[in-house]
Design a protein around this ligand. Sequence first.
Ligand SMILES: NC(=O)c1ccc[n+]([C@@H]2O[C@H](COP(=O)([O-])OP(=O)(O)OC[C@H]3O[C@@H](n4cnc5c(N)ncnc54)[C@H](OP(=O)(O)O)[C@@H]3O)[C@@H](O)[C@H]2O)c1
Length: 301
Amino acid sequence: MTAASGQTVQRVTRQIGVYGKMGFLRIGPLNVTEPTTDRKPHALITGASAGIGTALAREYARRGVPLVLTARRADRLQSLADELSAQVAVTVLPADLADPAAPKALFDQCQNLGLFIGTLVNNAGYGVPGRYLSSDWETHRDFLQVMQTGVAELCHRFLPAMESAGYGRILNIASLAGLVPASAGHTLYGANKVWLIRFSECLALECRDRGVNVTALCPGFTWSEFHDVNGMRGNVSKLPGYLWQDAESVARVGIDAVEAGRTVVLTKGINKVIAGLSKYLPAPLARAIVSSKSKDFRDAD
Ligand SMILES: NC(=O)c1ccc[n+]([C@@H]2O[C@H](COP(=O)([O-])OP(=O)(O)OC[C@H]3O[C@@H](n4cnc5c(N)ncnc54)[C@H](OP(=O)(O)O)[C@@H]3O)[C@@H](O)[C@H]2O)c1
């Protein structure tokens, strides 16, 4: 039985490779899992109280994976747990990830409950509107704690048990914003997503021989509370419908990708076109296009 069904981990070894003059070159994912634990792998999802996080929780539950849900709004998490607990075991651990003590507290609570976190989903996130100096330092400090330091710490704390078990999944919810040129406004957001993609790539390389798959999922515009929270709903609602995707399909693509051991994954055809143009157009032209369009989704005042 596979871990995706929430059962005890068993060995599944797959190597895809080619032999060439340089020797054996591995080009595909590895799913190497050993029955070194009889504890069921749980999926810990940050930001599970809304949007993509809620959709991920529903999709993991549908696949039979027991859940640990965290976010600040405990009432939202509890009603999601009530909805899903007929399908799988659900543990609710409310936390404010802007608190530097939160990642360790979450880890300790999982340890005390005897839970093996086989899947870590770093999803919690938001954007800070305006130019860099229009928010105080404390706002940016909290953003970096939630979106960067906290993510790095959660990976550092939960990864050792995954490696010991020879099985793990880390799904980092990055963004198309990490694959397109910079634009003014929401200054740390794109920079953070670039960091998250590179961090995921490094971890994926370090972990691939240890049974742990790491994926940076890069959604584009997704229906959720994200643009209500950052105050851009009025602007983004004028964007064409073909740019948008529902949170449920983002969640399905993300879980399939981390199960398959894919490292950087776009969620929709149009996003692949945008990322491809960003990569292959001359940089000044790509920057000029994104800069002129960015007022539709970025507040730079
Ligand atoms: N929507 C998009 O267009 C889009 C596109 C690309 C990437 N993304 C990324 O997708 C991820 C999820 O965003 P979403 O679209 O689902 O947004 P959302 O609907 O606003 O959900 C954001 C989640 O993050 C949690 N969160 C925010 N601040 C937190 C904090 N201090 N501590 C703990 N949890 C916190 C929120 O929970 P509480 O408020 O209850 O704490 C909520 O559950 C983010 O990383 C975002 O950058 C979104």
